[in-house]
Design a binder for this molecule. Sequence first.
Ligand code: NAD
Ligand code: RM4
Length: 251
Amino acid sequence: MDLSGKSALVTGGSRGIGRAICRRLAEAGAAVAVNYHETEPGDLVREIEAAGGRALAVRADVSIKAEVEAMVAAVVAGFGGLDILVNNAGICPFHGFLDMPEELWDRVQAVNLKGTFLCSQAAARVMVEQGRGGRIIAISSISALVGGAMQTHYTPTKAGDHSLMQSLAIVLGPHGITCNSVMPGTIATDINREDLSDPAKRASVEGRIPVGRLGEPDDIAGPVVFLASEAARYVNGAGLLVDGGLFVNLQ
Ligand code: NAD
Ligand code: RM4
């Protein structure tokens, strides 16, 4: 899975799943633009460079069109093009439904779904113009397939991200740009640290995962590198569930 000569952009790349994806894309030879929103990931850029790779940090709030366009322009200026976009940025402020504030609903839609639209559109325009194909990947979720009592604002965005990849697979396939989603199960990161801090909740989730443990960010990076690679050239419009078997463990 050699990505030498390719240029990649990972949104929300400074920590968690995004950080692991940046590391693995760089290891496979891609030049990696690490998008961040708040904390500049200088350490990750230095780590990738120290290992002989190329990386740059690009700030943008993925929900703001002008910032997304400036981010994509900065990647093209820095690396001379863009071949791989990973829509990873996302938020999940766990909240009940009956008292869900409208502003919280709007913010989750804006980051998780509109952000994927804005980044995919800006990147696709560059890829179509370049005329050398490309890869667009969304980090959707098992939550695209199942509900969550404290995630009524979140699960529709993850179903939406997957649905957007399905439609873009049709629109962009003729340009040699494949569009797919990866659907992680429960991966221990900052997004669910508080939710999983309840030992009973953690034990109940762990107990339902056939491989016997929660996911780690690096469990998601390999499948992303695969979808970004030539090995996945005929995979288009797919959703790859990466959950240790959690979803199928119903009975
Ligand atoms: P995380 O909180 O560690 O990472 C989220 C990243 O998104 C951070 O880098 C954050 O800065 C960035 N971000 C948030 N708002 C942003 C904005 N407006 N603009 C740009 N970046 C922004 O959590 P994570 O678990 O690594 O989540 C990464 C993705 O994986 C999310 O889309 C999440 O929905 C998805 N996911 C996570 C799990 C899980 O169990 N952890 C499962 C399925 C899907
Ligand atoms: C995921 C999935 C996980 C949850 C995170 C926040 O999409 O629902 O179980 O911990 O979101």
